[in-house]
Design a protein around this ligand. Structure first.
Ligand code: PGA
Length: 255
């Protein structure tokens, strides 16, 4: 099964406006539509307004949100709902990034609601799952991945489009990437669970991204695996040349 690779840059809470605008311009300009590879930028929220207002056609580069509220509209100070994100051109939303889980105490049950909220608003949820170092060392990795995956997808209707991102917490922002073999083991496990929980057809079309210190020098080896359908990139997405080099690695892997 050929799945379109997704190369997604998660800017997190970076960078300041001037740098962000030029980073966006550089990436969007370089990203012509490429068969087999989709490019996505996931910036802090104010940039969505900027991208939407820029009027510049960016057919090769979409944008998404790092999070969304479980609510749609109303008296929810500080929250941003899926419908508003759609109005500003977002097409994807991350759900349950480990920083949301750890720093903002997001539970699997909240992730379940956010996955459904994204889908209902017409966004494609990217459900992030991943074990901590202690969980890996304690042989709890598969249990954690299974729980995060199954609870997160529990309310999502059959046939809905979604993406999974495997991000081992110990590899995020640490420079310690999972080896291709470690990543492949987790991806195969997740794919098997998707078959069991969502059926063969959905499991076959669903992309599973790897995230955690993806850099230009390790991207090709990771993307070579048949079950790794793209990358979620933090640090390296803040440098246009690095991000585009990873995208080039994805293009080469489908060529
Ligand atoms: P990193 O972040 O590439 O800086 O490790 C990945 C992520 O958190 O999505």
């Amino acid at each position: 099964m050929d799945r379109t690779l997704l190369v997604a840059g998660n800017w997190k809470l970076n960078p300041p406006r001037a740098a962000g605008e030029s980073l966006w311009r550089e990436v969007a300009r370089a990203c012509a539509p490429t068969p087999g590879v989709e490019t996505l930028i996931i910036p802090p929220l104010p940039y969505l307004g900027l991208f939407a207002a820029s009027g510049a056609p960016t057919p090769g580069c979409a944008w998404g949100a790092q999070d969304l509220a479980t609510q749609e509209w109303g008296a929810f100070t500080g929250a941003v709902g899926g419908p508003l994100l759609r109005e500003f051109g977002a097409t994807y939303a991350l759900v349950g990034h480990s920083e949301r889980r750890q720093v903002f105490a997001e539970t699997d049950a909240i992730c379940e609601k956010k996955v459904l909220a994204a889908h209902t608003a017409g966004l494609i949820p990217i459900l992030c799952v991943g074990e901590t170092e202690a969980e890996r060392d304690g042989n709890e990795m598969f249990e954690v991945l299974d729980r995060q995956l199954s609870v997160g997808l529990e309310s999502l209707p059959a046939g809905a489009k979604f993406v999974v991102a495997y991000e081992p917490v110990w590899a995020i922002g640490t420079g310690r990437t999972a080896t291709p073999a470690q990543a492949a083991e987790a991806h195969r496990f997740l794919r098997r669970r998707l078959v069991e929980r969502r059926g063969q057809q959905e499991a076959a079309v669903t992309r599973i991204l790897y995230g955690g210190s993806v850099k230009p020098d390790n991207a090709a080896a990771l993307l070579a695996d048949v079950d790794i359908d793209g990358a979620l990139i933090g640090g390296a997405s803040l440098d246009a040349a690095s991000f585009l080099a990873i995208r080039d690695a994805a293009r080469a892997s489908v060529a």
